[in-house]
Design a protein around this ligand. Structure first.
Ligand SMILES: *Cc1c(COP(=O)(O)O)cnc(C)c1O
Length: 400
């Protein structure tokens, strides 16, 4: 059985229930105090690192403002994210363009706005950067195979083989760019800390060989995200990640270079609760034991990371504790892909009724910004951000 108190302490739960009670479902409530706590914990466990928040995880203005205030930098993936962040008065010196897939005109746009740090993983992109962002710092992303231990892998699509990374950094220098460092992402919600060891070893080889053979002295390692939020699949605590990863760095480098982290999920994931209402409960035949529970949220409205049942959110109700039985959880749209969990065999109380609420915990990252614009006419799920007293919408307008 899923115990709510293992994920949200009683006091926080009561505050959430009180502050969210008058809002129509589905909605997501993000606890800003929890985001702040996660940020403070991260910089405490990695005191030597610079944090570049991966904006895509939760781009709500209240989150960006809070992280700005706390001193975070930002990893930006598109000109639209860039415009949003710059509109808050955040300096372009605190931004990196971390997407390796970009149009030449977008490179020029970032450069014109003052951004001077770019990720790359291909020759064509590197040439675009040299031409449209002359003299900038570039770091090359290396490919990390991680599909089995990361719950939301980011392999295959991004990064290049270390041999190619080597060539790209040489080419960067020839083209008048600053060959600045190496980046990698071991996969989001990475449960195997050892993945960082392999990645750091590859990085060390590149640092060493580029210095010895090309007289290129790299200065920075961008270790990406991958740090955990709390879902059903257990993970180590962040402190465990930090002490292991720090040890890998110390083993491989006499002097640790500048370290950048790009957390998304671990900063905002645990802070969110998605509230949905049960639309309908049914069975597919007279004797089937499993109930189909259809909700007013689904894959197209906040829960896309249930794709392949990858991320297993803790799901709780107001009736937990009594007798329960197996359910299939599905969304409200006319698409049979809109099923969140079937194989995972979630269990919910037997006396659950339509109109009652289901709470999805740890839904502060990769939820609302992934929602469709209006599939079947359902509007995108709304996110609210709250502190001790007030509630704000995603544009930071106070709504309560
Ligand atoms: C999405 C992304 C991140 C964030 O990863 P998490 O696992 O959510 O922390 C970091 N860096 C890059 C380049 C990304 O694309």
């Amino acid at each position: 059985m899923i115990r709510r108190e293992d994920f949200v302490p009683d006091e926080d739960w009561e505050h959430f229930r009180e502050i969210s009670k008058d809002f129509p479902t589905p909605n997501i409530f993000v606890n800003m105090t929890a985001v702040e706590k996660a940020y403070r914990q991260l910089i405490k466990t990695f005191p030597y690192a610079d944090v570049y928040y991966a904006v895509k995880a939760n781009p709500g203005i209240p989150v960006l403002k809070l992280l700005d205030k706390l001193g975070s930098n930002f990893d930006i993936a598109s000109r639209y994210e860039l415009d949003t962040v710059l509109s808050l008065g955040i300096s372009p010196e605190r931004l990196s363009y971390g997407n390796t897939i970009k149009k030449a005109v977008d490179v020029a746009y970032f450069y014109q706005k003052g951004v001077r740090m770019f990720a790359t993983d291909s020759k064509e992109d590197l040439k675009n950067i040299a031409k449209n962002a002359p003299g900038s710092r570039v770091y090359v992303r290396v490919l990390i195979e991680n599909s089995s231990t990361a719950d939301w892998p980011l392999s295959r699509k991004f990064g290049c083989h270390p041999d190619m990374a080597y060539n790209l950094l040489v080419l960067a220098k020839e083209k008048g760019l600053i060959p600045y460092g190496i980046s990698f992402h071991v996969g989001s919600q990475q449960r195997d800390i050892g993945q960082w060891n392999d990645a750091i070893a590859k990085t060390k080889y590149l640092f060493q060989s580029l210095e010895e053979e090309e007289d290129i002295k790299l200065e920075m390692i961008n270790m990406g995200g991958g740090f955990p939020a709390h879902y059903l699949q257990p993970t180590n605590e962040l402190s465990e990640y930090a002490s292991e990863i720090t040890r890998y760095l110390e083993d491989d480098f006499e002097e640790i270079p500048r370290i950048i982290l790009e957390p998304g999920r671990s900063l905002t994931g645990d802070s969110g609760i998605l509230t949905s209402e049960i639309v309908l409960i049914s069975r597919k035949n007279n004797t089937s034991l499993a109930r189909w529970v259809y909700l007013d949220c689904g894959k197209f409205n906040g829960l896309i990371e249930t794709l392949d049942e990858s991320i297993k959110y803790p799901v709780v109700t107001d009736k937990d504790g009594g007798k329960d039985g197996e359910v299939i959880l599905a969304g409200p749209t006319c698409d049979s892909a809109d099923i969140m969990y079937e194989d995972a065999k979630y269990k919910l109380p037997l006396d659950l009724k339509s109109g009652e609420k289901i709470y999805w915990l740890s839904t502060g990252a990769y939820t609302s910004s992934y929602a469709s614009v209006g599939f079947n006419g359902f509007p995108p799920i709304k996110t609210y951000y709250y502190d001790e007293q007030n509630v704000y919408d995603d544009k930071d307008n106070k709504v309560k």
